[in-house]
Design a protein around this ligand. Structure first.
Ligand code: AMP
Ligand code: MG
Length: 345
């Protein structure tokens, strides 16, 4: 199929038409690019899973552009949820509700709950409004790869597989939405994201973080967000996080680079503006930004991981970042891209 690239917002009606006819459109959001289909059309939604190669037991988030759309999709909305929507919608917060019969089973992967988000991006909002439909939208990448934060990366993964890609520049947040389960007794973070634990706690006293986020899941544990159990955000290069004091980390990485070079491997280092001069022997050194600005780091992370693949690195060593604020989301993505290979020094 020929994929149309839409770069003029005036042409959004073309994209909305595609959605209404059951087709797939990739669109920018403030988190990452999303691969959108009519959430109420099971066959269109099944095409999302096929285009991405996404496991069918990993549910999709449904996107709305107006809070009234929520009430058509869910069973009930608690006062706690209303407080959160007042504070953070539109924005990078997905809330999990008990779903009603309107939502096809394929969207929720058979769960009785559905994740809903009101994105804060004018193009995505307009696409939803023009279609007049709630849109199921996972990240617009091949399943398992780092999420796309610009149209070029979407084209790389999905050209020829979907009807259209809307180019809206780079995503502001660069990491996916926070997923918060509102159906558990205490609201529980299932995925850290743009809205941090600290921000949520300012609105609700009680918010907890699902333990499955920070640990590799044992075979026996069933994750509540099914997405948690899959390989995620992984470039082709093998990624290792090296953690410790900067001096030790730099020494360790430089020693590893020497060994890897002896065995003929190409090695990249993911560093910061402040540390990139420490790794002169690497084949490719990328800065994810200044350690002073964790939001910039979040916005750059996936793009850097994909750039290592552009240059065919076999191995990437990455610095570690403090798990504070948005740092939780950054490290969650980085640890998954490294398949939890962490070298402590
Ligand atoms: P993505 O679409 O790639 O941004 O991933 C969406 C994430 O939200 C995955 O980790 C899903 O498992 C999670 N998710 C979506 N819907 C639900 C739900 N109803 N219950 C729990 N987790 C969900
Ligand atoms: Mg994804």
């Amino acid at each position: 199929m020929k994929t149309v690239i839409i770069s003029d917002p005036k042409d959004l009606n073309i994209a909305a038409d595609i959605i209404r006819k059951g087709g797939l459109v990739a669109a920018p959001t403030e988190t990452v690019y999303g691969l959108c289909a009519n959430a109420l059309n099971a066959s269109a939604v099944s095409d999302i899973f096929a285009a991405k190669g996404r496991p069918s037991d990993n549910p999709l988030i449904v996107h709305i552009s107006d809070r009234t759309m929520l009430y058509d999709l869910v069973d009930s909305v608690s006062s706690k949820a209303v407080k959160l929507m007042d504070a953070f919608w539109p924005g990078p917060l997905t809330l999990i509700f008990k779903s009603n019969a309107t939502v096809p089973q394929i969207v929720t992967a058979g769960l009785s709950t559905v994740g809903i988000r009101f994105p804060d991006h004018p193009i995505m909002q307009k696409l939803i409004t023009l279609s007049g439909l709630p849109l199921a939208a996972p990240s617009a990448n091949t399943s398992g790869k780092p999420s796309p934060t610009n149209a070029k990366r979407v084209i790389e993964d999905l050209d020829g597989k979907i009807e259209a890609i809307i180019d809206g520049g780079s995503s502001a947040f660069g990491v996916e939405s926070t997923v918060l389960d509102m159906t558990s007794e205490v609201p529980t973070i299932l995925r850290p994201g743009g809205i941090t634990l600290e921000m949520l706690q300012e609105v609700l006293e009680d918010v907890i973080v699902d333990p499955a986020i920070s640990n590799t899941l044992s075979q026996q544990t069933l994750p509540k967000a099914p997405g948690m159990k899959y390989t995620h955000y992984a470039p082709n290069a093998e990624v290792f996080i090296v953690r410790g004091t900067l001096e030790k980390v730099a020494h360790k990485i430089n020693t590893l680079i020497k060994d890897d070079h002896k065995s003929g491997k190409t090695v990249g280092v993911l560093a910061t503006d402040e540390t990139k001069h420490l790794f002169n022997h690497a084949d490719l050194i990328l800065s994810v930004g200044s350690s002073e600005n964790m939001h910039m780091i979040a916005a750059q992370l996936f793009e850097d991981l994909r750039t290592f693949d552009d240059h065919h690195m076999d191995i990437v060593y990455s610095l570690s970042f403090p798990k504070i604020g948005i740092g939780e989301a950054i490290m969650n993505r980085l640890e998954k891209s490294a398949a939890y290979h962490i070298i402590e020094v």
